[in-house]
Write a protein that binds this ligand. Structure first.
Ligand SMILES: *[C@@H]1O[C@H](CO)[C@@H](O)[C@H](O)[C@H]1NC(C)=O
Ligand SMILES: *[C@@H]1O[C@H](CO)[C@@H](O)[C@H](O)[C@H]1NC(C)=O
Ligand SMILES: [Zn+2]
Length: 387
C-alpha cells in the first residue's frame, strides 16, 4: 500500500470523527443546564480568541520568551543546524531540567499516555489487581468524553497529569496556543475531578526551550521518559507495526540490562506506555508482574520524585492524593520521611544521550495511531447521546 494512502485515509476519517465528537460534546454541554461548559473542538488546537483563553492570557506574562522559530510538520523536520540553546529533545536529545528518570534505584515510574479511552477501565482493573499506582497523562479532549473514568483513576489512587488538549506537537505552536492547549486541559480535569494538575508530558516528547518557557510560566513540571530503552512503543501494536510479544520482549531486555549494570541502576527509570487498545493493556498486564518479580518498585511520578503535593494549589489549598488536603507538605502519599524533600530530588539532565530523545520514528507512527482511537470514540459518543 502506498505511503500516501496509509496516511491520508485515517486522517480523513479522523476529521469526520473529530467533528462528530465535537458536535456531540458541544450539544451535550450546551443543553438544558445553565452552567453548561462549551469546550473547544476535540482534536483541534483551541482558538486563542475565546473569552476563556483571553482571560487566561491576561494572567500570565509571556514577555522574555526565547526567540526560537516554530517548527513545522508532524513530525517536525529536524533543522539542519540547531543552536544548543534551543535544547530540542526530539532532535538533540537535550532534556534541560525535564524529569527523565526516578531518583532512587530500582524504582520504575509507571506512566500511561493518551487516555482516557474505552480501554482505560480494563487497565485500571489490572493496576488494582497488581496493587500499583501510575501517572496518567490525559488528553483534554478525551477527558471531556470520559470524565467518570478520570474520576475513577483519581479515586483509585492514581496520579493525573496533562498531555494537552489536542495532542499536537507543541514546538509547532505559538506561546498563546500552548497556553490554550494547557489551560483547557487543566480546566477539563478540574471540572471532572476538582483537582488542578501540575505535571505534564509533551505529546511525542516534542519539547524545546520555547515550549519549556511557556509551560514553566504556567507552573508545569515537564516529564519525559528514560530514553528508547523504556519507550515501550506499545502504540505501534494498534498500527500493526509491533505485537504484544515484540513490545514485552524489548522492555524485558531493557530491564535486564538495567538490573545488570550498576551504573545504570544507580537511579530509577520512567517507562512510556499507552491506554489505547486491548493489546496495550495486555502489555501492562504482563510487564507489571514481571517488574515486581524482578525487584522493581513501581510508583507514580510524584511518588518516585518524593513530591508530597502532586497537584497545584487551588485557592491556597493543595490537595494530596485520594482527596487528602494538605497545606503543610504531608499528604496521602506513602513517601514517609522523604516527603519534605520535594522538588530538590528531581532528576535533572542537561544532556541526555541521543538515545534518550524521542525518536522520529516514534513520532510518525504515534501521530497516525491517534486517529483510529478518535475514530473509535466518535460512535460511542453518538450512542450515548442517542439514549
Ligand atoms: C511479533 O513481532 C516479532 C518481531 O517483529 C515477530 O518476529 C513475531 O513473529 C511476531 N509475532 C506474532 C505472534 O505475530
Ligand atoms: C553500563 O551502562 C553505562 C551507561 O550507559 C555504559 O557506559 C556501560 O558501558 C555499561 N556497562 C556494561 C558493563 O554494560
Ligand atoms: Zn501521546
Amino acid at each position: 500500500m502506498s505511503f500516501a494512502r496509509v496516511i491520508l485515509r485515517p486522517r480523513f476519517i479522523s476529521i469526520i470523527a473529530y467533528t462528530i465528537g465535537a458536535i456531540c460534546v458541544q450539544a451535550a454541554s450546551s443543553g438544558s443546564s445553565p452552567s453548561a461548559i462549551t469546550y473547544p473542538r476535540i482534536g483541534a488546537i483551541p482558538s486563542i480568541n475565546s473569552p476563556e483563553v483571553q482571560a487566561w492570557l491576561k494572567e500570565i506574562d509571556l514577555s522574555g520568551s526565547p526567540l526560537i522559530g516554530l517548527n513545522h510538520g508532524v513530525p517536525p523536520d529536524c533543522p539542519a543546524k540547531i543552536d544548543s540553546s534551543v535544547c530540542y529533545w526530539t532532535c538533540q536529545g537535550c532534556a534541560e531540567d525535564d524529569v527523565v528518570a526516578c531518583p532512587n534505584p530500582n524504582v520504575w515510574g509507571l506512566t500511561f499516555d493518551d487516555g482516557p479511552t474505552e480501554v482505560t477501565t480494563s487497565l485500571l482493573k489490572v493496576l488494582h489487581k497488581e496493587n500499583v499506582k501510575a501517572t496518567f497523562f490525559l488528553i483534554g479532549g478525551n477527558v471531556v468524553q470520559f470524565p467518570e473514568v478520570v474520576k475513577a483513576e483519581l479515586e483509585q489512587g492514581h496520579h493525573l497529569a496533562s498531555h494537552t488538549w489536542s495532542h499536537h506537537t507543541l514546538t509547532t505552536l505559538t506561546n498563546e496556543q500552548i497556553v490554550a492547549e494547557m489551560k483547557w486541559t487543566e480546566k477539563a480535569i478540574e471540572d471532572a475531578t476538582g483537582y488542578r494538575v501540575k505535571y505534564m508530558r509533551p505529546p511525542y516528547g516534542d519539547v524545546d526551550n520555547h515550549v519549556r518557557f511557556v509551560l514553566k510560566k504556567l507552573g508545569y513540571i515537564i516529564v519525559d521518559w528514560t530514553g528508547d530503552a523504556f519507550d515501550t512503543d506499545d502504540w505501534k501494536i494498534p498500527m500493526k507495526q509491533a505485537n504484544v510479544s515484540s513490545v514485552t520482549t524489548h522492555f524485558k531486555k531493557s530491564a535486564a540490562t538495567y538490573n545488570a549494570n550498576k551504573s545504570l541502576s544507580k537511579k530509577g527509570f520512567i517507562s512510556l506506555e499507552h491506554d489505547l487498545s486491548v493489546e496495550t493493556v495486555r502489555v501492562a498486564k504482563e510487564l507489571i508482574p514481571y517488574g515486581t518479580s524482578h525487584g522493581l518498585i513501581i510508583q507514580s511520578i510524584p511518588n518516585c520524585l518524593h513530591d508530597a503535593t502532586p497537584y497545584a494549589a487551588m485557592n491556597g489549598v493543595v490537595k494530596g492524593v485520594n482527596g487528602s488536603h494538605s497545606t503543610t507538605g504531608s499528604s496521602g502519599m506513602n513517601t514517609g520521611a522523604q516527603s519534605q524533600k520535594g522538588k530538590n530530588d528531581m532528576v535533572t539532565s542537561t544532556s541526555v544521550s541521543t538515545s534518550a530523545g524521542a525518536s522520529r520514528q516514534h513520532f510518525l507512527g504515534h501521530a497516525l495511531m491517534l486517529s483510529p482511537t478518535i475514530l473509535a470514540l466518535g460512535p460511542i459518543v453518538v450512542a450515548i447521546l442517542a439514549l
